[in-house]
Design a protein around this ligand. Structure first.
Ligand code: DGT
Ligand code: CA
Ligand code: ZN
Length: 578
């Protein structure tokens, strides 16, 4: 029997769609919520649901009960879902696209559909402009205008913002707000502080006794295009270039509870509030409050967690992925830190598409305290980068030796290569050429849209090559809009662990590949990671923190990351592989 291997993402989308359409249909809310919960849980799963199904354990997935498990099974066995087919025959699927529009709930969507036959956002906008909504039951001129404004806001609101854009913007904003008199501190909160690779908006939190001055400074920024909300403790803005930011201001003695709240995630906060309740507290944005009404103010987050009997939990872990349980049991990992990194294992020079010479690159790395730098230019078949031929690599090796002699012991240089994994899984250089490099990173840059089976086999072939030490940016994804290859990660991870090949977390914010969940899974299996900047210019070295943040979100300790090892240990590891 052949099965239909739906990915977790596909399954999540299916249950999300069922939730949306059931809600518009008027299904009881607990059923709608159950579908949503299942969708979320499937999307966050760090193993393929298909494999879980094959071991007969679908109902062990949080939020997956008997009814949902049966639907998943029907999808795997038949490739279809009768329930969804019936539902979409009843409720036009395009209606679901209107749900995220402000002021437009499921009830109104159903009303417009049933009364006016409206099934798309464009039709709705046209009807609102023509004044056709105001005469419907429960509607009026005002609610019609609100819906039009909601549609406009929705269209203006762009996609999630890559962290590589949001972070530097937030750093500048913080510097400006910190300079306002009376402001004690300004910090990132929300998904930005938790280090997600994309953020919905920039959340900032300021400590000040009087919010007025800092709020005014926030609002009176020439780049602001729209004030979404302006209040004493919270304001929210849009900027011309599609960024959104909100600022909370709290008195310093309440900063801890406020910062904890605003950092989220929402799910982490929900769990924490449950824990607080069990201990006779209620926890809000403003304070911990005893049952008897007495407030306990917390100036720091440490106090909040301590009062609940927990160690402070690093922001990157606050995703409700088991961190509170781990904290309760005293087994939070000692997360890797930026300062643990001493080697860069992936960087480019003018020999391919980098901007710096070997000497300049080495000096840039040394200036940032790296003790070891691998020069790893592209190999020849990646023509757009002017990659190296085997013969050019030999000349480059001479130059690296020369620069090493000039720089002495201040930094150790390795001669690496970022060898192209061709569409058929073969590498750009024959074994005898690869054997001459100190370290070999193999990467895919082209034909990423190959079918799952093919692209997985291709990468497996590279992992099994005895000369390959690291796989660079394993999926090839790029923000904002290139999806990674459709890899069977579980097989990749097993092979990489078996052959002792490290997988990269590419720190460039347009890549962040591997991302947090797969990296966590791989390390839990015993795999090794490398965190590299893939520097093509001097300033690229400063992007390393983005990669470390991904690793922290993946619960990774320094031990699992090659770049934290002493030079001797790294060289021994490489020697043992040769
Ligand atoms: P984003 O902006 O979509 O990337 O995600 P977040 O996590 O930054 O979420 P956002 O911006 O909606 O809210 C910022 C923080 O405010 C969030 O991380 C936690 C807190 N928060 C928001 N809504 C709620 C809520 O309903 N309950 C609780 N406990 N916290 C909330
Ligand atoms: Ca946010
Ligand atoms: Zn590269």
């Amino acid at each position: 029997m052949t099965f239909h291997r739906f990915t977790n993402r596909q399954l999540a989308e299916i249950f999300e769609q069922i939730a949306d359409l059931s809600e518009i249909k008027g299904e009881v809310i607990y059923k709608v919520l159950a579908y949503r919960k299942a969708a979320e849980s499937l999307a966050e799963l760090n193993r393929e649901a298909f494999d879980i199904w094959q071991s007969g354990k679908l109902t062990e997935i949080p939020g997956v009960g008997k009814a949902i498990a049966e639907k998943i099974e029907e999808l795997f066995t038949t490739g279809k879902l009768g329930f969804l087919e019936k539902l979409t025959a009843e409720v036009p699927p395009s209606l679901a696209e209107m749900l995220p529009v402000p002021d437009l709930g499921p009830k109104k969507i159903a009303l417009f559909w049933k009364e006016l036959g409206i099934t798309t956002l464009q039709e709705l906008e046209a009807a609102a402009r023509a004044g056709k909504l105001r005469s419907l039951p429960g509607m009026g001129e005002k609610s019609e205008a609100r819906i039009l404004a909601g549609i406009e806001a929705y269209k203006r609101r762009s996609e999630r913002i890559p962290i590589g854009r949001a972070y530097p913007f937030a750093v500048r904003l913080i510097a400006r707000l910190q300079a306002v008199p009376g402001v004690q501190r300004v910090e990132m909160a929300g998904s930005l502080r938790r280090g997600r690779s994309t953020v919905g908006d920039i959340d900032l939190l300021a400590a000040a006794n009087d919010s007025n001055a800092v709020m005014q400074a926030f609002l009176n920024d020439p780049e602001v295009t729209r004030v979404v909300a302006a209040g004493e403790t919270k304001s929210s803005l849009e900027y011309g270039h599609g960024l959104r930011a909100q600022l909370w201001v709290h008195p310093p003695e309440r900063f801890g509870t406020a910062w904890q709240y605003a950092t989220g995630s929402k799910d982490h906060n929900v769990r924490l509030r449950e824990l607080a309740l069990k201990q006779g507290f209620s926890l809000s944005e403003h304070a911990l409050t005893h049952k008897d009404g007495r407030e306990v103010l917390c100036a720091t987050e440490e106090e909040v967690y301590q009062l609940l009997g927990l160690p402070w939990i690093p922001a990157e872990l606050r995703e409700d992925r088991g961190e509170i349980q781990a904290a309760l049991e005293g087994r939070l990992p000692r997360l890797i830190e930026l300062s643990d990194i001493c080697s860069e294992l992936h960087a480019h020079t003018t020999w391919s598409d980098g901007k710096l010479s070997v000497r300049e690159l080495a000096e840039a790395a040394r200036k940032r305290g790296r003790q070891l730098l691998t020069i790893s230019d592209h190999s020849a078949s990646l023509a757009i980068t002017g990659g190296l031929t085997a013969e050019a690599a030999l000349r480059q090796r001479q130059e690296i030796r020369q620069v090493q002699a000039e720089l002495g012991e201040s930094i150790r240089l390795l001669h690496g290569i970022e060898v192209e994994i061709r569409a058929d899984g073969s590498l750009d250089f024959p074994d005898e050429v690869l054997a001459e490099f100190d370290i070999v990173t193999a990467s895919m840059h082209t034909s990423l849209r190959q079918p799952r089976q093919q692209v997985t086999e291709r990468l497996l072939k590279a992992i099994c090559n005895p000369h390959v030490d690291i796989i660079g940016h394993p999926t090839g994804r790029m923000f904002p809009n290139r999806e990674g290859a459709d890899l069977d990660m579980e097989r990749i991870f097993q092979a990489a662990r078996e052959y002792g090949v490290a997988l990269e977390i590419n720190a460039h914010p347009s890549r962040l590949d591997l991302d947090d969940l797969p990296a966590r899974r791989f390390v839990e299996m015993g795999g090794l990671l490398a965190i590299n900047t893939d520097a093509h210019s001097e300033s690229d070295f400063d992007l390393l923190h983005f990669g470390v943040t991904v690793a922290r979100r993946a619960w990774v300790t320094a031990e699992a990351v090659l770049n934290t090892w002493s030079i001797q240990r790294l060289l021994d590891w490489l020697a043992a592989r040769r």
